[in-house]
Design a protein around this ligand. Sequence first.
Ligand code: ARG
Length: 603
Amino acid sequence: MILDKFKEQFAQTVAAAFCGAYPDIAKATGDHGPFSASDVLKGIEKPKDPKMGSIAFPIFKYLSVLKSKPDVVTRTVAEAANKALGANGSRPALTLTSASGYINASIDPLAVSQRTLTEVLTQKNHFADSSIGEGKINLVEYSSPNIAKTFGVGHLRTTIIGNSLRRIYKKLGYQVIGINYPGDWGTQFGKMIVAFRKWGSEETFKNKAVFNLIDLYVKFHAEAEKDESLNEEARVAFKQLEDGDPEVTALWERMKEVSFEEWDRVYAILGVEFDLMYGESFLNDKMEAVIERLTRVGLTSISRGALIVDLKDPQLPPALLKRQDGATLYITRDLAGLIYRWEKYRFHESLYVVGVSQSDHFKQALKVIAMLEEAENLPASERMTGKVKHVDFGWVKFGEKTMSTRQGNIIFLEDVLNQAIELARTKIREKNPDLKQFDEVSRMIGVGAVIFSQLSVRRQKDVNFDWDEVLSFEGETGPYLQYTHARLCSLERVYGKPITADVDFELLDREEERIVIESLAEFGDVILDAARNYDPWYISTYLLRLSSAFNKFYQRKDASGRIDKIISDNADLSAARMALVQSVRIVINEGLHLLGLRAPDEM
Ligand code: ARG
């Protein structure tokens, strides 16, 4: 986005230079000549060879109206533009050259430093904010755990990716609705109810109730293996729930309540937020309308007593809307939910951050919607097809040795987080026993380590979770970034003077500094990449790149082999370097925030 400003300057200068150099053509083809500043802007490319600078503008498209040899035109325009850029006597930010049909420009590194650092230091955490999302609504659904089942690591990744996407879209100016859609409906609740009647008691709802409920559920399955009639009982119980039986409903409400209690604890530890929460049951009274709509256009049919939509796709099984006994399904509720969200929000995009294991489910649901919109012949503006996206992600794998599992192979997220915090405490105690906010910082680091572990690989790849790696203060980890941030803060404390952008940028003239500054200038584009690819990974790798560039600058040695100190007797040099230090600190802080991590000032 920093580059964008230079591109704009380039476009304006080139358009003006052309009109000046070829007034006759300009007149004959309209006020701006054959190309206006906005045309030039659109035509800008990235030069194939970096030696050609940062901007390339091909003019072939305009040959028919130019009435002159392309090379003559590019040379004439480049020369005129350079003259205009240097007219006020100051050092121009852009230098234009011409080469076989292209006008190229390189940007003066000094101009890049000046613009980048001034923007960061004045805009602070609003640096790289954008307005591309203005007036648009983006929905992001994430987390969505299931009632009476505990929050496992499977739900960790969706929670963390979704929370980060919510922050990223906000930064880009979208109105974002982060949605939590818990699984609170389905035939399994019939089983839960029967299990509670048989083996539960008031005790079940005391002391980590969710775990007691899971035990009941497991017991139900074991017993149903031996006694088939339990399943029939469960079916009846679910029917009672569907019919609104007060006693059964009250029991179900209590199960919901204790589940929410557990999740809220986990969300609080993670620092995760939502704007809207409704469970599957919220859609119960909205399914019939969807089924009617599908039936009206002839998309439903009966197959072996069940109501289905044939998706006319050899890759996809039919979508099952109602079972033979009339029970609706997970997909029936999702269809109602898709329509509910579209009607309520008319979103720009609606994302479902859900594991790859559900990709067929989402393909089916989106195919049903596409078929419906087609059959109803809706105008393009009334269709959500193309705006809804299943943002899938790979599995989380744990090394065998490390996890405490209470039962089976379920790993409890709260345990993972507490274990991470405990490990962080041990590490920090070793490194910095006198740390003032020891507890608070340990939490930031432990939780940050877990969060970062989920975002430091591309979304669609599996994550291998290894405690030693995740909590390492070196290498590609959250704690490493948090540590870099704390170190930058400590430099500012040592410096102790106000830091401003009113410095001599020419003093930041070495290779190490140039790389750090270029990296800072990239931040806005990196955020856009993350948004376009629905993947915070772009930001996590960027922060690692930026930190490593900064650490090279920080550890640079001078000619005599001594560390070239950032703060020295040379006041101007120190001020310029500290402007860079603070800029890096601001961007790392904001980057970590976008990922969902907190950045300690000291650790
Ligand atoms: N509750 C589901 C699960 O834990 C995830 C829900 C995903 N979202 C949706 N709209 N289907 O597997």
